[in-house]
Design a protein around this ligand. Structure first.
Ligand code: DX5
Ligand code: ZN
Length: 214
């Protein structure tokens, strides 16, 4: 079954607890962490993850858009993240491997993320050691951008590799996912869909989450 991970980047930051309760029929809470260096925007960090942890029983999917995430992954795990994803572009391969190992040592799930211009092949060194691969369908940094349908071949390629080499690995897409664009993502083989504005701009959030399942 397709899983939905609403991004709280599109929630009301003055009412995060309320807005997390509004997505209780979803499968993950997607938390976008930005440092103003890896991406040209600054959002939220460790104290917010820690404060949100007791407000939901949903697993927290923490998407780190920060330089050298190896410096902080343990703190995000301790704050209550269940899954931590790091961008392959954000450090050397050695440090990305080290970040994944640190997340696993904390007993949490680890994932890698590919920006739109990063080829599918960049996932290969990590394919057999991660629990999730995230393919960005917008340039990371902001919610509400246009979905990049030209990322679908990359999703299909990675789906084939996952099925062959690590069938339990999840395949997530993030950016511009709505009740229309979700269909091609699912057809290409994604099984976790992040959606920010499509969820939080909806009149009926549970109905919108159901619609995004395709
Ligand atoms: C973008 C973030 C996304 C974003 C998605 O850098 O990683 O998670 O919040 O927002 P929508 O669904 O509005 O494109
Ligand atoms: Zn994200």
């Amino acid at each position: 079954m397709v899983k939905i991970a609403p991004s709280i980047l599109s929630a009301d930051f003055a009412n995060l607890e309320r807005d997390i309760q509004r997505i209780s029929t979803a499968d993950y809470v997607h938390v976008d962490v930005m440092d103003g260096m890896f991406v040209p925007n600054i959002t939220i960090g460790i104290p917010v993850v820690k404060s949100l942890r007791p407000t939901t029983t949903l697993p927290m999917d923490v998407h780190l858009m920060i330089v050298q995430p190896v410096r902080y992954v343990e703190q995000f795990c301790d704050a209550g993240a269940d899954l931590v994803t790091v961008h392959v572009e954000s450090d050397t391969a050695e440090n990305i491997h080290a970040a994944i190992d640190k997340i696993h040592a904390k007993g949490k799930k680890a994932g890698i993320v590919l920006k739109p211009k990063t080829p599918a092949e960049a996932a290969l060194p990590y394919l057999e050691k991660v629990e999730l691969i995230l393919v960005m369908t917008v340039e990371p940094g902001f919610g509400g951008q246009k979905f990049m349908a030209d990322m679908m071949p990359k999703v299909s390629t990675i789906r084939a590799w996952i099925d062959e080499k690590n069938p339990d690995c999840e395949l997530e897409v993030d950016g511009g996912v709505d009740p229309e664009t979700c269909k091609v993502c699912i057809a290409a083989g994604a099984n976790v869909l992040v959606a920010g504005s499509a969820v939080y701009k909806a009149e009926d959030i549970p109905a919108r989450i159901a619609a995004l399942r395709g």
